[in-house]
Design a protein around this ligand. Structure first.
Ligand SMILES: *[C@@H]1O[C@H](CO)[C@@H](O)[C@H](O)[C@H]1NC(C)=O
Ligand SMILES: *[C@@H]1O[C@H](CO)[C@@H](O)[C@H](O)[C@H]1NC(C)=O
Ligand SMILES: *[C@@H]1O[C@H](CO)[C@@H](O)[C@H](O)[C@H]1NC(C)=O
Ligand SMILES: *[C@@H]1O[C@H](CO)[C@@H](O)[C@H](O)[C@H]1NC(C)=O
Ligand SMILES: *[C@@H]1O[C@H](CO)[C@@H](O)[C@H](O)[C@H]1NC(C)=O
Ligand SMILES: *[C@@H]1O[C@H](CO)[C@@H](O)[C@H](O)[C@H]1NC(C)=O
Ligand SMILES: *[C@@H]1O[C@H](CO)[C@@H](O)[C@H](O)[C@H]1NC(C)=O
Length: 839
């Protein structure tokens, strides 16, 4: 490990320099965050407007943190009036398309996990001197109810003071909003005064407009301005125990969270890993959490305690009632838990299943909770066998919840095992508050209200999950679907569940034509909510499926991700950047193992910092496909006499083009471009009938009927002359003179890939030149006064835009500004008039 640490540290230092350098020369003159929550479905748009205050072009970075649960659904850059939209594509498709680029090893994670709840989205783009760029990122998520509230988390860290910073949140719910609170670091210090909350019955608005001065005052803010989260928590009233149904444009969502039910006594068995790896803080925090959890048990609950390493120890053979005496004894047992030995998950969970199965279930809710921090290393260690054993033993009778402590756990395995048994897996982050995380999880499952819940919608189709093993107080069951017959005026819901051993039914019929339900401007949201939930559930379920079924469900998830432009684990967002001729691909980071580490600032600084940097290198190795080079076009420049700005035009690649031709002197130069690559990969010259010169990125070959000559790039300077032809090969350029036409071919290397670019330095004034580069007599005038920039070329008005281009006619490849015009307008010809079939 030691050998790998130095490099990441260096790159981190470099990054820091880059950031602090940029800070002085860019001005984020406005930063808006707009979030609209309609019936728990939140759509957030972050808009950052940035000016390059430098007198030369530079890279400008856009970096924001978004919730892990969210799907990015749009990313857009606007530069000098031109819009660049990210396009969501199937991952496979994107990967295949850019396979070529993979070998270049270029990479930079566009999206990565940071901390427990956030993901980092980062990109940069080169912006011309004194120009501006607008970044706009949209993400969507369904807010989940936990412990009686919804949480909307918004992070802001613009990295500098912003003259015009605005955060607008609008929450619109169908029932009354019962409470709303704003918390988080951004609501501390003087920033408290920048927050305004406006509430109506069913709407709430939170605005946060901090002045420049206020931006430095919060707990985690500093001279670089805002840095932290705003956490808006709220809940709605639930007058109707049958739940709340919202219908819009042929889709519905049903929120079911009855509170009129009494709690079901529970049988809970805690299966606690005490293997050697739990040593130290982890075992201390586990003990602490267990002691508190025991204190929270209700007297009619029954509980059992199992600890395990390679041996399994039962506190008592049976579940015992949570009486005061029993709890005191249990606490003494917990205080004595010590770490030792290996990890036999199989035996421990089977012991738990056995114990809880022997206990009468009638009128109760049974729950198994496994806490582990490692892989199975003792007893049965084959993961598939363990899962089969446990599935068979549990036989859908009760749910198994798995808590994975830290990063050494095989979280995929825990997820799969809990899903297979009707539960969920949760990660417990190794941190100073791990005991609170453990307790928080317990709190969520502490009060079961219903079991064996089945939801039915006679008028619905394409439903999301409709059967749940338990419903806990403070949570919410959400089902969405399409309405089978849109012309029907009513919609019926039916919920059947078991409460304390007796069957209960909730039935409701609502009118679907209630116009007050959804504001017309976001009628769409319901369909998106349905798609979001469907994709989430399909992705979750796929770990349990095999073969054709898995393939079909993945196909369905991919189809929906593409249709709704969600960046999910199955898709990539491809962002084509302008002047660099680069493509960036944003992907949802994977939730697993060490990749999923904290930001390294929390606890045990050295250790977590190393984790963090190792994580960075892991990204570099594993996600080669993230940043790749790829032009869609070759952009050509033309200088115009008497004008300060150049003209430029684009020709899509791949192509074989007639670059320059002079019929009088029987000269022609043709070039071939490959797809996904800059410039030319081969250029051929033909002169008179017998001179042929072929240049590619490796070698140069020339024949003239008598001599056959080969050169290699990078050799000693070499020269070849005949009466009318002169060839001079230097290290990375070649000077070709044929008759009175002189061309220099430059060999460029960008991101490890070589390409050629021609620069004409001499031609005869009376030559009759044609070809893509043959336009020598072009002129234009800038037209004043019109809205969009327009040029007058040959008496025709041509719409244009001011663009930048890397000038490959020089080795230094300076970035220049140019008026981009359509090829046809300039050449009075089609591109096909300049293509050739053979070089
Ligand atoms: C964000 O909200 C502000 C104020 O409500 C509004 O003026 C602005 O147009 C909104 N921006 C976007 C991108 O929706
Ligand atoms: C930018 O400004 C600096 C100092 O004013 C000057 O030295 C430099 O040449 C300028 N660069 C360009 C590209 O104009
Ligand atoms: C459920 O939680 C609410 C508070 O969120 C509480 O008022 C209610 O009493 C709880 N119900 C039961 C059965 O514990
Ligand atoms: C919805 O269900 C119908 C059949 O009930 C099916 O034909 C259709 O493809 C489904 N739509 C989606 C988006 O899954
Ligand atoms: C509840 O309903 C199920 C089937 O719907 C039935 O098998 C069971 O006997 C019912 N239980 C009670 C207590 O009525
Ligand atoms: C190319 O070579 C010719 C003669 O060898 C020389 O006169 C000319 O300046 C060279 N051009 C360039 C751009 O190097
Ligand atoms: C220039 O060449 C084109 C085609 O190569 C030809 O049609 C045209 O007549 C030529 N013009 C002159 C002035 O030689």
């Amino acid at each position: 490990v030691n050998c790998c640490c130095l490099y990441p540290f260096l790159s981190a230092a470099f990054l820091y320099l880059l950031v602090s350098y940029q800070k002085q020369n860019v001005d984020i003159y406005s930063f808006y965050i707009n979030s609209t929550v309609t019936s728990r479905y939140a759509t957030t748009v972050i808009t950052s407007r940035v000016a390059n205050t430098l007198n030369e072009s530079q890279g400008i970075q856009f970096e924001v943190k978004i919730p892990k649960n969210a799907f990015i659904s749009k990313f857009r850059m606007v530069i000098e009036g031109t819009t660049y939209d990210g396009v969501v594509k199937g991952k496979e498709e994107a990967q295949q398309q850019y396979n070529q680029a993979v070998s270049r090893g270029q990479s930079a994670g566009l999206v990565k996990s940071v901390g427990r709840t956030l993901e980092d989205f980062k990109t940069s783009v080169t912006v011309a001197a004194f120009s501006k760029v607008t970044f706009e990122l949209t993400y969507e998520e369904l807010l989940k109810r936990r412990l009686g509230k919804y949480e909307l988390l918004i992070n802001a860290q613009p990295m500098q003071l912003v003259a015009d910073f605005k955060m607008d949140v609008h929450i619109q719910e169908k029932p009354r909003i019962s409470f709303l609170e704003v918390k988080g670091d951004l609501s501390t210090g003087d920033l408290t005064n920048a927050i305004k909350i406006t509430r109506a019955d069913k709407d709430a608005w939170v605005t946060f407009y901090p002045t420049r001065d206020q931006q430095t005052t919060c707990r985690s803010c500093g001279e670089n301005g805002l840095n932290g989260d705003l956490l808006i928590t709220y809940d709605v009233e639930r007058q109707n125990p049958q739940g709340e149904v919202v219908v819009s444009n042929g889709y519905f969502v049903h929120y079911f969270a009855p509170s009129d039910v009494s709690r079901i006594p529970k049988n809970v068995v805690f299966i606690i890993d005490r293997s050697g790896s739990m040593h130290g803080k982890k075992i201390d925090q586990t003990r602490l959490a267990l002691l508190r959890i025991l204190s929270d048990l209700d007297e009619d609950d029954h509980f059992g305690l199992i600890t395990f390493d390679s041996e399994v120890s039962l506190w008592k053979r049976e579940l015992l009632k949570a009486t005061e005496t029993n709890l005191e004894n249990a606490k003494s047992f917990v205080k004595e838990i010590r770490d030792r030995g290996a990890t036999d998950i199989n035996a421990a969970v089977l012991a738990g299943v056995d114990m809880i199965s022997r206990h009468p279930r009638e009128g109760t809710a049974s729950i198994l909770i496994l806490l582990t921090d490692g892989d199975p290393t003792s007893g049965e260690t084959n993961i598939d066998k363990i899962m089969a054993n446990i599935k068979e033993a549990i036989g859908t009778k009760f749910p198994l919840y798995c808590l994975g402590f830290g990063y050494d756990v095989n979280f995929d395995f825990l997820t799969k095992m809990s899903l297979e048994n009707g539960g969920v897996a949760r990660r417990i982050y190794e941190d100073s508050d791990a005991d609170l995380q453990l307790q928080g999880f317990y709190d969520e499952v502490a009060v079961p209200l219903l079991s064996d819940i089945q939801l039915k919608y006679p008028g619905g189709t394409n439903l999301t999950k409709t059967s749940f093993s338990l419903y806990f107080n403070g949570s919410e069951i959400v089902v969405s679907g399409q309405i089978t017959d849109n012309s029907v005026e009513s919609f019926t819901t039916e919920v059947i569940a078991v409460s304390k051993g007796s069957n209960v039914t909730y039935q409701d019929t609502i009118m679907t034509k209630d116009p007050r339900d959804v504001p017309p401007e976001n009628e769409d949201f319901m369909q998106r909510l349905w798609a979001y939930l469907t994709v989430k559930q399909l992705l979750e379920r796929q770990v349990l499926l095999k073969g054709q079924e898995k393939e079909d469900e993945m196909k369905e998830a991919l189809k929906l991700s593409l249709k709704y432009q969600f960046v999910t684990p199955l898709t990539s967002m491809v962002v084509t950047k302008p002047q660099e001729e680069e493509i960036e691909v944003a992907e949802k980071p994977k939730e697993e193992g060490r990749q999923h580490t904290d930001d390294g600032t929390s606890n045990g600084p050295l250790v977590s910092q190393i984790n963090f940097y190792l994580y960075r290198t892991l990204i570099l190795r594993n996600n080669h496909d993230i940043l790749i080079l790829s032009p869609k076009v070759n952009r050509f420049l033309l200088a115009v006499v008497g004008q300060s700005k150049l003209l430029c035009f684009d020709i899509p690649v791949p192509h074989k083009l007639r670059l320059l031709q002079d019929s009088a002197s029987e000269f022609s130069m043709n070039g071939e471009s490959l797809s996904e690559q800059n410039g030319f990969h081969q250029i051929a010259f033909h002169y008179k009938t017998n001179h042929h010169l072929i240049i590619n990125t490796k070698s140069i070959s020339y024949r003239n009927g008598q001599d056959n000559v080969e050169f290699l790039w990078g050799q000693e300077p070499t020269q070849y002359n005949t009466d009318s032809v002169s060839l001079v090969v230097l290290e990375n350029e070649m000077n070709v003179t044929m008759g009175n036409i002189g061309v220099v071919i430059l060999s460029h290397k960008k991101d490890g890939v070589k390409f050629l670019w021609p620069a004409i330095w001499q031609y005869s004034k009376d030559a009759n030149l044609t070809g893509v580069l043959g336009k020598a007599d072009i002129s234009y005038e800038e037209t004043e006064g019109s809205q969009t920039p327009t040029l007058k070329i040959k008496d025709k008005e041509v719409k244009t835009s001011l663009e930048t281009v890397s000038d490959y006619r020089l080795h230094s490849t300076p970035v220049r500004e140019c008026w981009l015009v359509p090829f046809q307008a300039m050449m009075e010809a089609e591109i096909s008039d300049f293509t050739v079939t053979q070089l």
